[in-house]
Design a protein. Structure first.
Ligand SMILES: Nc1ncnc2c1ncn2[C@@H]1O[C@H](COP(=O)(O)OP(=O)(O)OP(=O)(O)O)[C@@H](O)[C@H]1O
Ligand SMILES: [Mg+2]
Length: 363
């Protein structure tokens, strides 16, 4: 086991900057997820750690040493790919045994380890089959088994569950998390699925355009997104972002969204005035933090019109029209009709205000 550290990693393909100054510290034994949209540089970052890509700049540390100049086989990492890459002509037993055979491990020891890993992954009954005689989930477990059998210092996993159907994916993600906690092997896991990242990670590095946007535990990523990109990438439906002009009325800041305005407390006003780089802001509020009432209740509420209602499990996702703006709210069941006028409100402690120019969190 070992920690992994990336320092100012930079990788360009022709004119495409795939990884643009990534710095990350992954503590020994942690499960870290690289999360971001397609093309943001997740796989390239992982391949640099594995030694399958050579970075143009930056340092890659595994444990106490820089591994930039070590070939992949000497880095003591195991990579699991999206497409498993099992050897089709070999039985499951030999697929599992292969990494140990390559390292000239003695036969009795190989047999012991294959059986141990097969037992751990619940595939002991499949050892005599060829990969094509296995389901997707079974193949996935064999691929994992092949990665863990030689107990590398680090696991690198690139969307390993993406070929599985939704149900199996949920099952395998729990299995994988449990396995990682049991083995305590430092793991870097790539996905573009935010739910998977939230469910599995000790820490998430949210990436966009080759850069790490935020690196925090899942709870902080969700409750304190550092910028507008992270705020709108995480959550289903994602955070509402309402553009508003920053105005001062009396001593307080008022966010004027045109269709409504929101008066901030002195504390929030001060934070906005101190940090703002422009006269505009984005008012961010998660759908579940919007309160819908049929009658006017409390202050800081705005009238809006029900535009669409969707069922999501026991709750409703309601599209609300405030003038020309549509925001999404999640609510417990209410008798709502399309076109109906309702009142919406949100508490100040639940809102996030981002600078209109830098898109960074102000408060
Ligand atoms: N070998 C290559 N040659 C040229 N460009 C590449 C190469 N590999 C990756 N890229 C480019 O680098 C960028 C980052 O690619 P990368 O595969 O790291 O993204 P990703 O985050 O893994 O995306 P996805 O979620 O689609 O797998 C993309 O613009 C991609 O087109
Ligand atoms: Mg990828």
């Amino acid at each position: 086991m070992a920690s992994v550290k990336l320092v100012n990693l930079y990788k360009k393909f022709d004119r495409v900057v795939a990884v643009d100054g990534v710095t990350l510290e992954i503590p020994d034994g942690d499960f870290v997820v690289l999360l971001g949209p397609s093309g943001c540089g997740k796989t390239t970052t992982l391949r640099c750690i594995a030694g399958l890509e050579t970075p143009d700049e930056g340092e890659i540390w595994i444990g106490d040493s820089i591994v930039n100049d070590l070939p992949p086989k000497d880095r003591d990492v195991a990579m699991v790919f999206q497409n498993y890459a099992l050897y089709p002509h070999m039985k499951v037993y030999d697929n599992l045994a292969f990494p140990l055979k390559m390292r000239k491990v003695e036969k009795g020891e190989i047999d012991r380890r294959v059986k141990e890993v097969a037992d751990l992954l619940g595939i002991s009954h499949l050892l005599d089959r060829k990969p094509r005689q296995l389901s997707g989930g079974e193949q996935q477990r064999v691929a994992l088994g092949r990665a863990i059998i030689r107990r590398p210092r680090v696991f690198l996993m690139d969307e390993p569950l993406s070929n599985l159907d939704a149900k199996l994916r949920l099952f395998m993600r729990a299995e994988l998390k449990r396995l990682q906690r049991e083995l305590k092997t430092t793991t870097v896991y790539v996905t573009h699925d935010q739910a998977e990242a939230m469910a599995m990670a000790d820490k998430i590095a949210v990436m966009n355009k080759g850069k790490v946007q935020q690196y925090d535990d899942p709870n902080t990523i969700y409750s304190r997104p550092a910028n507008a990109f992270v705020a709108t990438f995480i959550g289903s439906p994602p955070m509402n972002m309402i553009k508003a002009a920053i105005k001062q009325v009396g001593g307080n800041v008022v966010l004027d969204a045109g269709s409504f305005s929101y008066t901030l407390s002195p504390e929030y006003s001060e934070a906005v005035l101190k940090g703002a780089q422009s006269s505009e802001a984005f008012l961010g509020v998660r759908p579940e933090d919007i309160r819908i009432t049929l009658e006017k209740a409390g202050s800081s509420v705005f009238q809006s019109e029900v535009y669409v209602v969707e069922h999501q499990g026991a709750n409703l996702v309601v599209d609300l029209k405030i003038d020309s703006e549509i925001i999404k709210a999640i609510t417990s069941p209410l008798p709502l009709q399309i076109g109906q006028k309702v009142w919406v409100g949100f508490e100040e402690s639940k809102i996030h205000i981002y600078d209109g120019k830098t898109e960074r969190l102000l408060v």
